[in-house]
Write a protein that binds this ligand. Structure first.
Ligand code: SOE
Length: 390
């Protein structure tokens, strides 16, 4: 990284699993990409001083604080990166935007539609050189970006059907502890917001179409779980006491898109045997693309215009320098992994704010996904009535 580029000082609020992933993004992006500014990991915020100091030492943050207001109040901070549970996104993001900081906020944008509206409005009110982005990281997986390029260039013809599933199984065990992701006041919703939000964003990103209405079903199979002892990753140790699960374990919905396509979505943390299977398949009049996060270095492509003796799904290895993001990495064929999405997210964010253009997805995009989540909840509560989301 050239020495003559200016620093961009980051304060990150939160230091759980997503904190580790974002730290990796900020640290590695300037070492592989020639960025117009050097992200400086200036301040890490967490409520527990021992925990936040240990995380800062491990991940390379310069300073720590135990109150998020430190991130907003410090004049030298340029960017506030929010990786806390959804219940605190709105308060922190709005204060940061009002203080003139750029904001990167984890998904889903908020816990409720009202909070998401307030956040999008705050982003709209912020000065024209203050930017806010929501962290739908999977857009930055090269194979997902290639899928979008192919679909938008017309390679599969008219987009007709979208099949999006996000399958995990870490809640199949009824004794898995009651972490914040299972509590409505902290997480907003369950599999719907945690995983369904990614599936909706990715389906819209790849097709260039937006969901206009949904019909949904939510289900909770395990209503009570042991309270959490020591947190570790997505789970942790269980105590003897039990508490109520207040979110969905599984969410299913069908949808219409504004470009005429129709879709089916499934988001679940109860899909026995599936670990982190985000899949989006798009069928068109002239072909299809099939993305699978568990095989993230390749993209399925079917060309229906090829001679019929040669037709079949092809696995394109998305590891060539000409593929999205790949020219900065390893020699052709040398694969990437989960963390690279966060590196690409940091790169795209830094480039956009330094070039004074809106990074995508914006808070308005995050709000639109929130409307879909809200529509699914309303439809499910009314027992699968068609619910408009635009
Ligand atoms: C847990 O379900 C989780 O970590 C989500 O919270 C993330 O958003 C997703 O990327 C991976 O799974």
């Amino acid at each position: 990284m050239p020495n003559d580029v200016p620093p961009l000082k980051i304060a990150m609020v939160g230091h759980g699993f997503m904190g580790a992933a974002h730290s990796q993004g900020w640290r590695v992006a300037p070492r592989f990409f020639d960025l117009p500014a050097r992200p400086e990991m200036a301040l890490l915020v967490g409520r527990n001083s021992t925990g936040v100091e240990a995380a800062a030492r491990k991940w390379g943050w310069q300073d720590t604080a135990t109150d998020w207001r430190a991130a907003v109040d410090r004049d030298d901070i340029d960017v506030v990166d929010i990786v806390t549970p959804g219940g605190s996104h709105a308060e922190i993001a709005i204060a940061a935007l009002e203080a003139g900081k750029h904001v990167l906020c984890e998904k889903p944008l908020a816990n409720t539609l009202d909070e998401a509206v307030a956040m999008a409005e705050a982003a709209g009110r912020a000065g024209k050189d203050v930017f806010a982005m929501v962290g739908f990281t999977y857009r930055r997986v090269p194979a997902a970006a290639l899928a979008r390029d192919l679909v938008l260039s017309g390679a599969i013809g008219e987009v007709r059907q979208v099949r999006a599933t996000y399958l995990q199984d870490w809640l199949v065990d009824s004794d898995a502890p009651l972490t914040w992701r299972l509590q409505k006041d902290l997480a907003g919703s369950g599999a719907l917001g945690d995983l369904g939000a990614h599936a909706v964003d990715l389906a819209q990103f790849i097709t260039g179409q937006r969901v206009t209405g949904v019909s949904g079903l939510l289900n909770t199979f395990v209503h009570e779980r042991p309270l959490l002892g020591e947190a570790a990753g997505l789970a942790g140790t269980a105590t003897q006491e039990r508490g109520l699960v207040t979110v969905d374990d599984v969410s299913l919905f069908t949808s219409r898109f504004d470009g005429g396509a129709i879709g089916s979505f499934e988001a679940t943390r109860m899909s026995t045997g599936r670990k982190n299977a985000l899949r989006v398949e798009v069928s068109g009049s002239a072909g299809a693309v099939s993305f699978d996060l568990e095989k993230m270095n390749s993209l399925g492509f079917y060309d229906a215009t090829a001679p019929d003796t040669r037709r079949g799904f092809t696995d394109i290895m998305v590891t060539e320098p000409a593929h999205p993001y790949l020219s900065a990495w390893w020699p052709p064929g040398h694969s990437l992994g989960y963390e690279h999405g966060f590196v690409h997210q940091a790169k795209d964010f830094v480039e956009a704010v330094m070039e004074e253009r809106q990074p995508e997805p914006s808070f308005a995009d995050g709000l639109q996904v929130q409307k879909v989540l809200d529509g699914v909840e309303r439809s499910a509560a009314a027992d699968s009535i068609w619910t408009k989301t635009i």
